[in-house]
Design a protein around this ligand. Structure first.
Ligand SMILES: Cc1cc2nc3c(=O)[nH]c(=O)nc-3n(C[C@H](O)[C@H](O)[C@H](O)COP(=O)(O)OP(=O)(O)OC[C@H]3O[C@@H](n4cnc5c(N)ncnc54)[C@H](O)[C@@H]3O)c2cc1C
Length: 316
């Protein structure tokens, strides 16, 4: 196999996958994408909630969300294939202590997008009757928000860039970045060494294992979030539910399929604050379910299941 490329990207989560797509779109053909697992890998992309929303409380994120929204909304024409975007609407719920702050932030977001508005609990309940209004101060709502399928999104980017010549190296773990006299000379992998003109380290929190040897350390910290699912009575579809971040109960949720909801589980129960805990226990799930049912009483008979996960990101 040819082992010299113009660019080698390490990590095929959403960052590596989209980068490989846009580089091939710019005309570069001789690119390799190394993923230690099977794309989209076993990192954050695989577990992400995939919310599509313009409203963020950080202006930098809002601007990026505005720039990328049209790509998700018109994925078939812009990228090809599907990213699984479902326009369910997006809601951000807060309590009365944060209502004024939320209103002020929504106003800032309105400079970039007029679709974001602040609703009173009563206005919200008119089209989301299954929500209990307990503890809600204000709600930011955007009708064009929703969620995409993060794994599908990454895989589509990969597929489209492969069509343009990108070489996907599945099951290839980068073990070391080779260097000599302050110059990168290659990467050592489980299938041998690979050389390139440029290297992109896009392997999320694992980047520091590779960068350490170069005397670099990215300022990352980790945050654990559990991923839960709740299934309910098949008599009642809840496909009309908005995708939601609910600060008052400390979680987010969205439809996963017609009778299944995906939700985030705060891992702050009992021993969860131990630095390295990456698993969920029954106690975490019971607390999470109780809070969720408080907001969506129709889920009270729902059966829960869960997946463990670690969520880590770069802090700016
Ligand atoms: C539970 C959860 C919910 C989330 N919800 C949202 C959300 O709603 N909205 C949002 O915007 N973001 C969300 N995120 C965050 C978002 O998913 C991440 O920011 C994003 O997926 C990071 O992508 P990435 O490509 O940088 O990293 P990753 O997806 O982690 O990809 C890194 C890849 O590198 C590979 N790799 C690691 N080391 C090596 C090596 N040495 N050699 C080869 N390959 C290697 C890994 O296998 C992995 O596939 C969520 C994350 C989690 C976990």
């Amino acid at each position: 196999m040819k082992m010299h490329f113009d660019v080698v990207i390490i990590g095929a989560g959403i960052m590596g996958a989209s980068l490989s797509y846009y580089l091939t779109k710019l005309g570069l053909k001789n690119i390799a994408l190394c993923e230690q697992g099977i794309p989209p890998g076993n990192g954050a992309t695989h577990k992400s909630g995939g919310f599509i929303r313009i409203f963020h409380e950080n202006e930098w994120y809002t601007k990026r969300a505005v720039e990328s929204y049209d790509t998700y909304a018109d994925w078939g024409n812009k990228i090809g294939g599907s990213c699984g975007f479902k326009k369910t609407g997006f809601s951000f719920i807060t309590d009365s202590t944060r209502s004024d702050q939320l209103r002020a932030n929504a106003k800032k977001v309105n400079r970039y997008c007029s679709q974001v508005s602040v609703l009173s609990p009563d206005e919200f309940q008119q089209f989301q009757p299954d929500f209990s209004l307990e503890g809600i101060g204000a709600i930011v709502y955007e009708p064009n928000g929703g969620y995409a399928d993060p794994a599908k999104t990454a895989l589509t980017f990969i597929k489209q860039s492969e069509k343009k010549g990108m070489k996907l190296l599945e099951g290839v773990k980068v073990e070391r970045i080779l260097h000599h006299r302050k110059k990168i000379t290659g990467i050592q992998t489980n299938i041998g060494s690979i050389r390139a003109d440029k290297y992109v380290v896009a392997n999320n929190i694992w980047a520091n294992f590779l960068l350490e040897e170069l005397g670099l350390r990215l300022p990352m910290f980790k945050k654990s979030i559990g991923l839960g699912f709740i299934e309910w009575d098949k008599e009642k579809s809840v496909s009309h539910l908005t995708s939601c971040i609910d600060e008052t109960i400390g979680t987010y949720f969205r439809i996963f399929s017609n009778y299944r909801l995906l939700f985030g589980v705060q891992m702050s129960h009992s021993g969860a604050l131990l630095q390295d805990r990456s698993y969920l226990d029954y106690g975490d799930m019971q607390i999470a379910k109780e809070k969720l049912v408080g907001r969506l009483p129709l889920l009270h008979k729902g059966r829960v299941s869960w997946e463990q996960t670690k969520f880590r990101f770069l802090y700016k």
